[in-house]
Design a protein around this ligand. Structure first.
Ligand SMILES: Cc1cc2nc3c(=O)[nH]c(=O)nc-3n(C[C@H](O)[C@H](O)[C@H](O)COP(=O)(O)OP(=O)(O)OC[C@H]3O[C@@H](n4cnc5c(N)ncnc54)[C@H](O)[C@@H]3O)c2cc1C
Length: 428
């Protein structure tokens, strides 16, 4: 579902006769994004039967971030996957560069952190998901069903006991003592379970689009990820090897004004912020090349009920500030596997076990969401109001000049507010 869309109308409840087959598993994970894929892998490694249902037929999807933070790399290292992941085509960044009035500012230098992986590893998300899926497929207890669109929860005696999904050949059923909704920001599982997230609206929306790499492009030294400001707009640029992925950030609710002003005006605005893109923007000739992300963050007050748990974006959508959504989804998955592996193996998952997962993950989520809100409401909102690129206030420069303080933002960006580690019963 594209960013900004709403849920499709509720499909009719399938009759028993419509169900082609019914399978049993120990844990049914809905959604093969970073959260669901990591959870399925960690359970399968511990010989727990897991069925992962993913609605798309492959992992190639709209851009949704390419960032693997040091925390994820440490988790992958624990299970022997950091080195193989480095075999994929990737880039490393040590901190984003902000281009401001007459200067550049790099608030974060990950190289000073105590970790084997002091960088953000950039790999296209589809390649990362394929990598995790290939790894999980080595375990006999892992089953992946692509093209499986979950439409219904099976609820009996007040407990979730499985799901029904629409495959290419009709309706199927998967029964399990635990269903995990890892189906992202528009989570159908969350909706079917009757959970309503509390939303916090951000002061901005983002238009995402691609620009081609062209000869004489920006030198690599400029950085793989950078942000530029100007004319009340912010540009976030990611180098994706073959093209630039660009986010054009503008004040919330002004999308129609952008459309009315026309493509010429938009191209001009982009080139004004980043003059090196003056040639590139000529490739933008149709509004279909853009996808609108209505930025919001949210959090469910409750992430579980009997037989069901939500993780990742399904439980909490993070603001794009700092690009921590993938990090948090993976950390949720690790905590869920740590807490639930033993009860799943014993076929005794209690509601209190599910509550423990929320308890461990909710406060780090709340802390980061509060920080993101403060940054977007104070710093980003004023950049979007200003016509000129902002200057860094002296006290911010002073903060980043003090050795003891300057690495706090880097540590939070790298690990969140709490480092998460895999605890497995089997030896790896
Ligand atoms: C434009 C954009 C840019 C972003 N950039 C970054 C970034 O730079 N860094 C970062 O960390 N985060 C970024 N994010 C956020 C990041 O993508 C999410 O936080 C992260 O992917 C959440 O992982 P997840 O596993 O919880 O959910 P998702 O990655 O959303 O995965 C959910 C999966 O569930 C599947 N699904 C949905 N409904 C069903 C259903 N009914 N049945 C079966 N399967 C279903 C979907 O197809 C999808 O594969 C960005 C997001 C967007 C939209």
């Amino acid at each position: 579902m594209p960013p900004g869309s709403t849920l499709a109308p509720e499909p009719a409840v399938a009759e028993a006769d419509d169900i082609r087959d019914s399978q049993k598993t120990t844990c049914c994970v809905v959604g093969g994004g970073p959260g669901g894929m990591m959870l399925a892998l960690l359970l399968a490694r511990q010989r727990i039967r897991v069925t992962l249902l993913e609605q798309h037929k492959d992992f190639d999807r709209d851009f949704r971030g390419d960032t693997i933070h040091p925390s994820i790399m440490e988790i992958l290292d624990q299970i022997g996957l950091a080195e193989p992941l480095h075999q994929l085509r990737h880039a490393k960044i040590y901190g984003p560069t902000l281009r401001l009035a007459n200067t550049t500012f790099s608030p974060v230098d990950l190289r000073r952190l105590k970790t084997r992986f002091p960088y953000i590893f950039l790999v296209p998300q589809p390649r990362f998901l394929e990598f995790l899926a290939a790894e999980a497929s080595k375990y006999p207890d892992f089953q992946l069903v692509m093209g499986a669109n979950v439409e219904q929860l099976i609820e009996e005696d007040g407990q979730v006991r499985g799901v029904r999904y629409l495959g290419h050949d009709g309706m199927h059923e998967v029964r399990a003592p635990l269903v995990v909704g890892a189906d992202g920001r528009f989570s159908r599982v969350r909706h079917l379970a009757g959970f309503e997230p509390i939303k916090t609206s951000a002061p901005m929306d983002i238009l995402w689009f691609r620009l081609p790499h062209i000869p004489g492009d920006l030198p690599e030294a400029e950085g793989r990820v950078f942000g530029g400001f100007g004319g009340g707009r912010v540009l976030a640029v990611f180098d994706r090897f073959d093209y630039w992925q660009v986010g054009y950030v503008f004040p919330k609710g002004q999308y129609q004004d952008l459309r009315t002003a026309g493509l010429d005006s938009l191209r001009h605005s982009i080139a004004e912020i980043e003059p090196a893109f003056a040639e590139h923007v000529k490739s933008l000739t149709d509004w279909h090349q853009f996808s609108l992300l209505s930025v919001e963050s949210n959090r469910c007050p409750r992430w579980f009920k009997s037989g069901l748990l939500l993780i990742g974006d399904a439980a909490h959508v993070m603001s794009p500030i700092g690009g921590v959504g993938i990090n948090y989804a993976v950390q949720d998955a690790v905590v869920a596997a740590n807490v639930l592996a033993a009860p799943l193996r014993a076929d005794r998952v209690q509601v209190s076990d599910l509550g423990k997962v929320q308890h461990e993950r909710e406060w780090p989520t709340r802390v980061i969401q509060a920080m993101q809100s403060a940054m977007q409401n104070r710093i980003l909102a004023s950049a979007l109001r200003a016509q000129a690129a902002p200057r860094i206030p002296w006290f911010v420069r002073a903060f980043f000049a003090i050795p003891f303080l300057r690495d706090i933002p880097a540590r939070i960006l790298a690990f969140g507010v709490r480092r998460v580690r895999v605890q497995e019963e089997r030896s790896v």
